[in-house]
Design a protein around this ligand. Structure first.
Ligand code: TXA
Ligand code: MG
Length: 360
């Protein structure tokens, strides 16, 4: 497909109570095969009519996304999800009841009508009902399920504000619905229910602890809690570079006080090499660092706030023009599992593990 230049129009919409008239141009564009970026509770998505293969193909072109990486189909009801899937196990119904609308994507055997381009030819389809009034209203008004990846250029941090969408996709899509910053800030949890036991493919706002409490034990896919390069990953998206700011990112993991010491040592080393150093710090540690730029993700007591701020901070380092970013790790439980998953991917293997002096 050729890369047609498009005029991108930003529509301001009310977050809690979007007016049908404000969404109308975007809904009409979707029906006509266009591309619309819209807010969800996780990140902004880039939507197209999931039943229109040409429209879906344009998503891959706009993002520069590899064609073998399938898309999530967004629906406004459980029934719409059931129409796209088949052989839905009881555990999937439990999760829909408990966590939808919400930041949880279910991978299920696909129904015959789902276009190949949406699922990259897989026998499964990923479905999710987002918990955002604008997303739900747009899906309803368009009258079709929306295939929607995160609305960033492939490999970049996902957008949590309309401005981030424009940074990456201005001139490549038809509309951006601007309803302010998203809430969760990290993409949805993805769990594969086409296998038994279910497999967590991507951690997110619905935590592993919440999933296990609802449906019992699940498996964790390789690559979720480690920086394992997987040749044949369960989720095609797991093998691509992700969330990368322009500067290289080094992740430091370990017990807090040791970690702070190591970050300080690294800052010193990089500065001696004449590099501009950015540090992704926490409220508790930011005063410890004499770097070129120190950005605070939030308090370690409030990991959900750290999650919400992560992608905007990664993008902010681009504007500061640093050469290297040193990021502090966080404890990998609850939403911390998702934060660490994204930081490890952003680090692309540049991880410094600090031993606990007691156990190490
Ligand atoms: O929160 C979110 O999920 C956001 C918003 C817009 O809803 N969307 C999002 O989409 O993050 P995307 O395309 O950036 O990530 C979708 C992930 C990819 O890792 C993809 O490989 C995986 O879901 N995926 C999609 N369909 C799949 C399938 N049938 N089997 C396994 N993995 C699948
Ligand atoms: Mg994405």
């Amino acid at each position: 497909m050729t890369e047609a230049r498009r005029q991108t129009e930003v529509l301001q919409v009310n977050t809690r109570c979007p007016a049908a008239a404000d969404l109308l141009p975007a809904a009409l564009a979707l029906k006509a095969g266009g591309l619309v970026a819209f807010p969800t509770e996780t990140v902004y998505g880039l939507g197209a009519d999931a039943t229109n293969p040409a429209a879906v193909a344009a998503i891959f072109v706009a993002k520069g996304r590899p064609a073998d990486n399938p898309l999530i189909v967004h629906v406004a009801s459980v029934d719409a999800a059931l129409a796209l899937t088949q052989d839905v196990p009881a555990a999937a119904r439990v999760l829909m009841q408990r966590f939808w609308p919400g930041p949880l994507t279910l991978v299920l055997p696909r129904a015959a009508g789902v276009p190949d381009i949406v699922t990259a030819g897989l026998a499964t389809v990923a479905v999710r009902m987002p918990d955002h009034p604008v997303a739900l209203a747009l899906i309803q008004q368009a009258g079709v399920p929306l295939a929607a990846p995160s609305a960033n250029r492939s490999g970049r941090p996902s957008p949590t504000r309309a401005e981030h969408v424009l940074e990456d996709l201005d001139g490549r899509i038809d509309f951006v619905l601007d309803a302010g910053p998203t809430g969760v800030g990290l993409e949805s949890t993805v769990i594969d229910l086409s296998v038994d036991p279910p497999v967590l493919l991507r951690p997110g706002g619905i935590t592993t602890e919440m999933l296990c409490a609802a449906i019992g034990p699940i498996l964790i896919s390789p690559g979720v809690d480690d920086d394992h390069a997987v040749d044949r990953p369960a989720s095609p998206g797991l093998k691509y570079a992700h969330y990368a700011p322009q500067a290289e990112l080094v992740l430091v993991e370990g017990p807090f006080t040791r970690m702070v010491d190591v970050v300080r040592e690294l800052i010193h080393e990089y500065r001696q090499e004449g590099r501009r150093v950015g540090v992704l710090a926490s409220h508790e540690s930011r005063g410890q660092y004499a770097a070129t730029v120190v950005l605070e993700l939030g308090s370690r007591q409030q990991p959900a706030q750290m999650a919400a701020a992560l992608f905007a901070c990664l993008r902010a380092f681009d504007h500061h023009g640093v050469d290297v970013i040193i990021a502090e790790g966080v404890p990998p439980d609850g939403i911390g599992q998702a934060i660490m998953n994204r930081l490890r991917k952003a680090a692309g293997g540049r991880i410094c593990r600090v031993e606990d002096p007691q156990t190490g």
